[in-house]
Structure formats: C-alpha cells, structure tokens
Design a protein around this ligand. Sequence first.
Ligand code: PEP
Length: 244
Amino acid sequence: MRKIIIGNWKMNPKTTEEAKKLFRKASEIKTKKSEIIIAPPFIYLPLLKSRKIKLAAQDVFYKQEDAYTGEISPAMLKSLGVNYALVGHSERRMEIGEDDELINKKVKAGLKAGLKIILAVGEKQRDGEEFWKFLKNQIKSDLRGVQKKLAKNLIIAYEPVWAIGTKKPIYPGDLLETAIFIRRTLLDIFGRKIALTVKILYGGSVEPENAREFLETEGISGLLVGNASLDAEKFKKIIKETDK
Ligand code: PEP
C-alpha cells in the first residue's frame, strides 16, 4: 500500500515564482511507494500542475454557492481539479477560532460534494489522561452525522498541537497507542468495516531523520509535513524514506 505524504505549505512561499519552483522540485521526486499531495495557499492552486502530484486546499467552505465573501466552495475546488481539502488544522482552530461545529459542517459539505477530506485532529497537551477524552470528543464532534458511505473519502491527520512546528515530535510508541485509540473511536462512529478503510496520518515536526519511525508505525498510512515541505531537499528525503 502506497503511503500518503502531504506537504502543507501553510501561508508560504511569498511569491508565485517561488511556489512554482518548489512545486517543480517536488514533482521531480521519484517514488514508487508514496502518493504525494501538496496543500499550497489557495491562490497558487490554479498555477500548479503535475501528473504525479495531487493538490489539496488548506480549507474549504461549507456552502456551495451564494453570498459568502472571501470563501471558497467545494464545487470551486472540484472545478479546478482539486480533489482534496484539509479541514480543521490546529492553526485555523486556534488562530481563527474555528470550532468543532464549523469544522463538522465543512467536513460534511466537502465529502458530500465528492472531495476527499483530510481532517486534522489532535490534543493541545499530552499530560495526564484527560487528553484521551478531548481527542475522542473532538473526533466525534467533527464527524457527527457523516454518512457512512462517504467515510471512504475521509483521511484523519493526527497532529498533536504541541508537536506542530516545535521540533518535538511524538514518540513512536505514543503514536502507536494513539493510532489504535483513533481507530477505536472511528469504530464507534462508523462500525468495523468502514472504520478500517479510513487512513490515519501523522503530522508534527516530521523531518527526514524521524520520518521512518512514523512511517513504520502500525496503523499509520502516511505523513502530513509542514515546515519541512518548504525545503525541497528535506521533503525529497522524507518521501525517499517510503521507498526504503
Ligand atoms: C502542519 O503544519 O500540519 C505541521 C505538521 O507542521 P510541522 O511539520 O512544521 O510541525
């Protein structure tokens, strides 16, 4: 099974020229064992084309049309050939104040429109036992009312907030435990057959030096890479880890 490697460029790079260059370098990476997805800022989406790389939006709105200034609909993305959208990234949850109710609407609307939704979830702190409850509630709230038949287009990106951009990734043992916990939560929501089809990715300070141990963790189908995806060499090294 091919691993999914997503590069989340966040609000980078600064110019279209740099974006095109970075994308070209990513599209030159040769890999047999991974599927590369790049999530650039919206304005770069129409400019980046490759037969090998898929594109993801970093967000999507929950209405298909009408008067919603500044928003981008699932239909707009689809018309551009963008089939993936990231929803619920912690930077949007924390900086912009997106809550589970809003995220749930986006997940449902995106899936209904035929997008593949990469739902980012993760606890803010990992001390004591409380965070398990937080994670379960977050997943259940974000997926409330999602039709079982659409769950095949759902990907969960487990991104503990404390690990994002901190150079302090999770311990692989803790990741294994969490992947099992997330799978159990998906089982509660969708039942066994469907829960097993949902892919779980890890994100949070992934670097070439640690990518391998996360990729080898049971139940983890790939990685969501933030800062390291902005460095063409690092991103290439991370992808090359899937081919070893
Ligand atoms: C992210 O932006 O989703 C992320 C995981 O960032 P980083 O890899 O920089 O921690």
